[in-house]
Design a protein around this ligand. Structure first.
Ligand code: BES
Ligand code: MN
Ligand code: ZN
Length: 497
């Protein structure tokens, strides 16, 4: 979809959208129109429920003699509450509305909103970002779509005072759009199409942005001693892969930030097999790896002056004659041994080896890992926030701040020695599940923490409730790409010179 920014024209035509502040406060353009049309707008607002509150919309039809066919009014709420994120929501709502009505083009009038922290240019840029993010549909396997099922919106034109400023802010945000779409595509793909080798192959596209993309196969991982990761993939006919992406555009010699992703391209549970109902959801058990790959794309796309590496553990968890059995003991790359009690607790197994590899190879200053790790985090936090586990409060606060700014929220969860005890094993250094289901997200995080080297600031984001969603203003239902914008923002605000 194309977006354009231009100055105010003499008259607005066609399918137009405008903002209205709380208490039916018309902004400058709407006030002028209202006067010209003998108070038609004020009349349209009279009596009804639309008051300009956040989230409210009202469509007013054009009138004889006027050049506007259809006017969509969008409530912004209290001006001081209009921030970047709510501007994105407004843009997303415009895109959704246009696609529902089947329009190809929308003209958006962006007047100054007195009392908002944002300039009109920033409002327009973030509205454009929101419209783009909403204007996505994964339909490559649809062969019989009716026209009304397809996206209709092709062009959004923003009229704003100072269009050059708007364009400049938008250009800084634009690389995120490709990255989010790249991740949503990966996460949406069925597992017969997207398996570890194919995932890694698609990630090679990042090379043209200047990212160094290396792929380790099973033989190389075996040599490195990554036996626990390999134990998860050994029941699958698909080869496991370690995807290593490097972007070193920051100060020379400065330790990088490592981003680690869980990439279980399909999780049957293995021999500890899952029940059939809903198992198809486990095609998106690679959402963490998807987010890390997308974040690398966003970071490189805007040529960030930062050192960042991405490491994704890509496997398929299947039951088979060669699959790992419950009770098997395997030695990890760290040298620690693991008793695999439950083969469905596979995410932590692959991540322990991937985290160890990243620390040995890159000596990162900080390590942020994302995974659709536990059903228990959905019980705790639902689909509103990802769980955040960390050994470092400053890093936690940076992540929470970044998440709040982009609308990818986090909630910090506890860690502690009493939880950690639960994963001690009778026969090996540790086992891969706690004593029962209670506190299941925390015992999973405790397992991961045993693979964090001294002095490394580490955070684990359990995104099981966030990778796939029912949709919101800027995200259609399905793959969300949760984490892409969060990680990009974390780097932009804290690790760039
Ligand atoms: N991939 C699942 C977690 C998951 C569940 C993600 C629902 C998204 C939606 C993970 O590998 C898993 O199976 N976890 C088990 C752990 C248990 C065996 C200790 C779980 O949560 O039940
Ligand atoms: Mn599992
Ligand atoms: Zn899993």
């Amino acid at each position: 979809m194309k977006v354009e920014f231009s100055a105010f024209p003499k008259a607005f035509t066609g399918n137009v959208a405008m903002l209205v502040a709380a208490d039916k406060q018309l902004l400058a353009t709407a006030q002028t129109l209202d006067k010209e049309a003998g108070g038609t707008l004020t009349k349209a607002l009279g009596g009804g429920r639309f008051a300009g509150n956040k989230g409210q919309t009202l469509t007013v039809l054009g009138h004889a003699g006027g050049s506007i066919d259809r006017l969509l009014l969008l409530g912004v709420g209290k001006p001081r509450e209009l921030d970047a994120r709510s501007a994105e929501n407004l843009g997303g709502t415009i895109a959704a509305e246009a696609n529902a009505s089947g329009h190809k083009a929308v003209t958006v009038v962006v007047d100054a909103v007195k009392g908002s922290k944002l300039t009109p240019g920033q409002i327009a840029a973030h509205m454009a970002l929101g419209a783009q993010l909403r204007n996505y549909r994964f339909d490559k396997y649809k062969t019989k779509d009716k026209p009304e099922q397809k996206l209709s919106l092709e062009q959004v034109t923003f009229h704003v005072a100072g269009p050059a400023d708007a364009r400049k802010s938008y250009d800084r945000l634009a690389p995120t759009i490709d990255a989010v779409f790249f991740t949503r595509d990966l996460v949406s793909e069925p597992a017969n199409e997207l398996y570890p080798v194919e995932f890694a192959k698609r990630a090679k596209a990042l090379a043209k942005l200047g990212v160094k993309v290396e792929i380790l196969g099973e033989a190389e991982m075996k040599k490195l001693g990554m036996n626990v990761l390999l134990a998860v993939g050994q029941g699958s006919s698909r080869d496991s892969q370690l995807l290593v992406m490097t972007w070193m555009n920051g100060p020379k010699g400065q330790a990088p930030v490592a981003l680690i992703g869980k990439g279980v391209c399909f999780d049957t549970g293995g021999i500890s097999i899952k029940p059939a109902g809903g198992m198809e959801d486990m095609k998106w058990d690679m959402g963490g790896a998807g987010a890390v790959t997308g974040a690398m794309m966003a970071i490189a796309g805007r040529k960030a002056k930062a050192n960042v590496v991405g490491v994704c553990a890509l496997v398929e968890n299947m039951p088979d004659g060669n699959a790992t059995r419950p009770g098997d003991v395997v030695k990890s790359m760290s040298g620690q041994t693991v008793e695999i009690i439950n083969t469905d607790a596979e995410g932590r197994l692959i991540l322990g080896d991937a985290m160890w590899y990243a620390q040995e190879k890159f000596k990162p200053q900080a390590m942020v890992e994302l995974s659709t790790l536990t059903g228990a985090i959905i019980v705790a936090l639902g689909h509103e926030r990802a769980g955040l586990f960390s050994n470092n409060t400053p890093l936690s606060n940076k992540l929470r701040a970044a998440g709040a700014l982009v609308g990818e929220k986090l909630w910090r969860m506890p860690l502690g020695p009493n939880y950690d005890k639960q994963i001690d094993s009778e026969i090996a250094d540790m086992k891969n599940v706690g004593a029962g289901r209670d506190g299941g997200s925390i015992t999973a995080a405790q397992y991961l923490q045993r693979f964090v080297q001294p002095g490394v600031a580490w955070a684990h984001l359990d995104i099981a409730g966030m990778a796939w969603g029912k949709g919101n203003a800027t995200t259609p239902k399905g793959a969300t790409a949760y984490g892409v914008r969060l990680l990009d923002r974390l780097i932009a605000d804290n690790y760039e010179k």
